[in-house]
Design a protein around this ligand. Structure first.
Ligand code: ARG
Length: 575
C-alpha cells in the first residue's frame, strides 16, 4: 500500500518533468495538506523564480496533466499558483483495504537499518529522579520503540550519574547513618532526604567535609571497602529506578546501564588522544579543549574541561569518552541524547570537540534531543507545595488515583477498576509528555491530562475501547474483519485517508526523534473516527456497507493500538 503524500509527490514530479523537462523529475513536489482538497502542491510557487515564469503559468498545465492521471480525482489551479489535488475514492478504499491486510499497517521498514545509540533517562545515584528525568525517560523510550519498529538496531544507554565528588559526602553520611538505615532510606524512596542530609552536614560540619574529601580520593583510587559501600548506594538506587521503570512500562533494563563509572578506564586515554591530536591543551593547569565558535560573554573562548588541575575528571570528560566509545566500539551511525534543554551548550561543545577529533564525521549524526521543562500550575518548575522536588512514585500514584475517580462510576469490580485506572493514569501522564513538542515546556495539570476529550491519552484509549465494544456488541472479532472497504460518506473517506498516513507519521517521529508527531497523528485519527462514528451507523448498516464500516473500525483499532504501543502507552480492554 502507498502513502498518499508520497504517491502524489511522484505524480507531481512526473507532471513537472513532462511539462518542463526531465530535470524536473527530482524537483520537490511540496505536497501539503489543504483546506480545499485532500492535498495541495506548492511546487510551482517554488519553481517560478528559477524558471522566470509566473507560478500560475506553471501550475495551470501541470494541474491539467494531473487531472487526467490516476488516481487523481480532481486537480485544479488555485490562487497565486497552488494546485489543489484530491484522490479518487476507489483508490483510497483500495489502499485502506490493503492496509488492513498488511501486518505492518503500512509502516515501511527503513531502507538501510542504522545502529542508533539512544542516551535517555540517565538519573543520578542517591538522588531522586525528578519530573525532568521522568520526561526524558518517557520521550526516550518512545523514540527507541519507534526506531526499532522501523527496523533500526537500537542501543539503549542509561548514562546514570554514579561518579563524582558528591559521593564523598554520600558515603560518609552512609557510614554515619549505618548501612541498614541507608538501605532502608533508599529502598523506601527517601532518596532526596538522604541526599539533603548529607549535603547539610557537608556544608555545616568542617570535620565531615574533610572526611568526605578524603573519601573521594579513596573511591577514585579504588579502595575496596569504599567501592563496596559505593556499590551498595548504586545498586539500591538502581533497584528503586527499576521499580519505576517497570511500573511505567519503560523498556530499560540493567543490560542498558552505561553509567558514568563505566567510562573511567577510558578517560586517561581519551585525554591523551585529544592532546596528541592538538585538540586539547593545558590551560591554568587543567587539560581543556576550546572548540571554535564557543565564547563567553566577554568574548573569551569557552573550554570543555577534560582533566581538572587536581587530576580529577568530570562530566565533560566522561561524555567525551562516551561519544568515542559509541562511535568507535559500538559502531553507531546515529547518536541521540534525550536530555534537558539546560544542557544544550554542553552537548554542542562535546559534539564540536568530537568533530575536531574526527570521532564524529559526516557519516555519524549526533543530536541533542532537547527536553523542555515540566511546569506546575504556576508556570514554574514543577515542585511540591513546600517547594521540594516531587517524588516520582507519588506523582504516578496521584495520576492513577485520579484516573480511578474519572472512571469510577463505570466499574463495580474494584480489581478491574484499579487495573484500568493504572493504564489510564499512566497513559495520561505519558501522553502528556509525548503530545507536546519535546523541546517546549508544558504545564503538568492532572485535570487536563486526564480529560476524556481533547488531545489526551484517555481520549485515545477511549476511542480504542469504544471500537472494541462495537465488536463485542456484535459478537465479532476485530481480527476477522476483512472488508473490503468501500467509501460513501465524507466522514468515512476522511477516516480512511487519515489512516493511510500512519507510516509517514511513524517515519516523521523517527526522523528528528519527535514522538509528538506520531501523537498528533493518532489524535487526528481518533478525531476522524469520532466524526465517522457519529455520522455513519456501523452495526445498524447492512450488507457491504456494514462489512466495510466494520473493516474501517478494525483498521482504526489496530492503528491506534500499534501507534499508542509505539509511544509506550497500553490500551485497556475496556474503559
Ligand atoms: N545524569 C545527568 C543529569 O541528571 C544526565 C546525563 C545525560 N547523558 C549524558 N550522556 N550526559 O543531568
Amino acid at each position: 500500500m502507498k502513502d498518499p503524500e508520497a504517491a502524489l509527490g511522484q505524480l507531481v514530479q512526473q507532471a513537472l518533468a513532462a511539462e518542463l523537462g526531465p530535470e524536473y523529475a527530482a524537483a520537490d513536489p511540496l505536497i501539503r495538506p489543504s483546506g480545499f482538497a485532500d492535498y495541495q502542491s506548492n511546487a510551482a510557487m517554488a519553481l517560478s523564480r528559477r524558471l522566470g515564469r509566473p507560478p500560475r503559468d506553471i501550475a495551470g498545465p501541470v494541474a491539467d496533466r494531473l487531472a487526467v492521471s490516476d488516481p487523481v480525482a480532481k486537480a485544479e489551479l488555485s490562487g497565486a499558483g497552488f494546485i489543489n489535488i484530491s484522490l479518487a475514492d476507489n483508490w483510497i478504499a483500495g489502499q485502506a483495504s490493503a492496509q488492513l491486510d498488511d501486518p505492518r499497517l503500512g509502516v515501511p521498514l527503513a531502507e538501510s537499518a542504522q545502529r542508533v545509540v539512544v542516551d535517555y533517562s540517565s538519573p543520578n545515584v542517591a538522588k531522586e529522579m525528578h519530573v525532568g528525568h521522568l520526561r526524558t525517560t518517557i520521550v526516550g523510550d518512545a523514540v527507541v520503540r519507534v526506531l526499532e519498529h522501523l527496523g533500526h538496531h537500537v542501543i539503549r544507554a542509561n548514562h546514570i550519574g554514579d561518579w563524582g565528588t558528591q559521593f564523598g559526602m554520600l558515603l560518609e553520611h552512609m557510614l554515619d547513618a549505618g548501612e541498614p538505615a541507608t538501605r532502608q532510606a533508599l529502598a523506601s524512596g527517601d532518596i532526596n532526604a538522604f541526599y539533603q542530609a548529607a549535603k547539610q552536614k557537608f556544608d555545616a560540619d568542617a570535620e565531615f567535609a574533610d572526611r568526605s574529601r578524603l573519601r573521594v580520593v579513596e573511591l577514585q583510587s579504588g579502595d575496596p571497602e569504599t567501592l563496596r559501600l559505593w556499590q551498595i548506594l548504586v545498586s539500591d538506587t538502581e533497584q528503586y529506578y527499576n521499580a519505576i521503570y517497570r511500573r511505567l512500562g519503560i523498556t530499560l533494563t540493567d543490560a542498558d546501564l552505561a553509567p558514568e563509572s563505566f567510562y573511567n578506564d577510558m578517560l586517561a586515554d581519551v585525554c591523551d588522544e585529544l592532546r596528541a591530536l592538538g585538540v586539547a591543551v593545558i590551560s591554568d593547569g587543567a587539560l581543556c579543549a576550546f572548540p571554535p565558535g564557543f565564547t563567553a560573554r566577554d568574548g573569551s573562548p569557552l573550554p570543555i574541561i577534560l582533566r581538572k588541575s587536581d587530576g580529577g575528571y568530570g562530566y565533560d570528560a566522561t561524555d567525551m569518552a562516551a561519544i568515542r566509545y559509541r562511535v568507535r566500539d559500538l559502531g553507531a551511525d546515529r547518536l541521540i541524547y534525550v536530555v534537558g534543554s539546560e544542557q544544550s551548550l554542553h552537548f554542542a561543545m562535546v559534539f564540536a570537540v568530537a568533530r575536531q577529533a574526527g570521532w564524529l564525521t559526516d557519516k555519524v549524526r549526533a543530536e541533542h534531543a532537547t527536553i523542555g521543562m515540566v511546569a506546575g500550575q504556576d508556570g514554574k518548575r514543577f515542585r511540591t507545595r513546600s517547594g521540594g522536588s516531587v517524588k516520582l512514585i507519588t506523582l504516578i500514584d496521584e495520576a492513577v488515583d485520579r484516573a480511578e475517580k474519572v472512571i469510577e462510576d463505570r466499574y463495580d469490580d474494584q480489581q478491574q477498576r484499579r487495573q484500568i485506572a493504572e493504564a489510564v493514569g499512566i497513559g495520561a501522564l505519558k501522553y502528556g509528555d509525548l503530545s507536546v513538542a519535546r523541546d517546549s515546556s508544558y504545564v503538568l495539570d492532572f485535570d487536563r491530562l486526564l480529560a476524556l476529550t481533547g488531545n489526551t491519552g484517555p481520549y485515545l484509549q477511549y476511542a480504542a475501547a469504544r471500537i472494541r465494544s462495537i465488536f463485542a456488541r456484535a459478537g465479532l472479532d476485530p481480527a476477522a474483519a476483512t472488508g473490503p472497504i468501500v467509501l460513501g460518506a465524507a466522514a468515512e473517506r476522511a477516516l480512511a485517508l487519515r489512516l493511510l498516513g500512519f507510516g509517514r507519521a511513524v517515519e516523521d517521529a523517527a526522523a528528528a526523534a519527535e514522538p509528538h508527531k506520531l501523537a498528533g497523528f493518532l489524535f487526528e485519527t481518533a478525531s476522524a473516527f469520532t466524526s465517522f462514528y457519529e455520522q455513519c451507523p456501523v452495526l445498524a448498516a447492512a450488507g457491504e456497507i456494514r462489512q466495510s464500516r466494520l473493516a474501517l473500525c478494525a483498521l482504526t483499532l489496530q492503528v491506534l493500538i500499534t501507534g499508542l504501543g509505539l509511544l509506550g502507552i497500553s490500551v485497556p480492554e475496556r474503559m
